[in-house]
Design a protein around this ligand. Sequence first.
Ligand code: G3P
Length: 217
Amino acid sequence: MKFFVDTAEIDAIAELNELGMVDGVTTNPSLIMKSGRDILEVTKEICDLVDGPVSAEVVSLEADEMIAEGRKLATIADNIAVKVPLTWAGLKACKTLSDEGNMVNVTLCFSANQALIAAKAGATFISPFIGRLDDINLDGMELIADIRDIYDNYGFETQILAASIRSVNHMSDAAKIGADVATAPPAVIKKLADHPLTDAGLAAFMKDWEKTGQKIL
Ligand code: G3P
C-alpha cells in the first residue's frame, strides 16, 4: 500500500519523506487554509520535495471552470494530480483532464456507485472518506471493501485512495482490504511505529546492556 501524506505542511512532509514514508501528498482547500500559504506556491514546493503524485484541488463548482483550474494546477509540476469533487460537473472535468493526460483524483466519495462512475470517467484515484462515514455511524471500511470488489470484478485501473483516515487501525484495515493508497495526516503515520511492548522490551535490553559495561563504539 502506498502512503500519501494528507497535509500542506512542508516540514511535516519533509520529515516523513526522509524516512521513505511518502509516496505522494494530498491537499484540499481546508488543508491549504490551515497552512496559511498560497496554493500555487506551497503546491510547487511540495512537488519539488516529493517524487510521487501531489493532489491539488479545484474550487469551482462548474465543469468548464474546474477544467480551466485543473489545467492551471497541472502546470505547477509533472507530478500534479488534479483533484475534483464527485459531482457530475467534477466527473465531466475528470474525463476531460484525464483524456488530456493528467492524473485526476476524484474526491468526496461516499458510496460504491460514486466510485463506479468515477472509474468510468477515467479517474486515476478515487478517494473514499472513511472517517466521515464512521462519524455518522456508517462503516467507512466496508465502503473500501465494496469498491475493491467492484474494481476487481471489472479490472478498473482506478486506484483506491483511502482518505479521511483518523487512526492507525484505519491504516492496517485499509491495507488488509487492499486499498492501493492510504492518505493520512502526519500524526497518524508517525503513530504506526508505536507499541508499548517495543518500549518495554527496549527498556529491558538497555538495562541489561548497562550491566555488561560494554560499548560498541
Ligand atoms: O483526504 C481527505 C481528508 O483530508 C479529510 O479528512 O479528517 O477532514 O475527514 P477529514
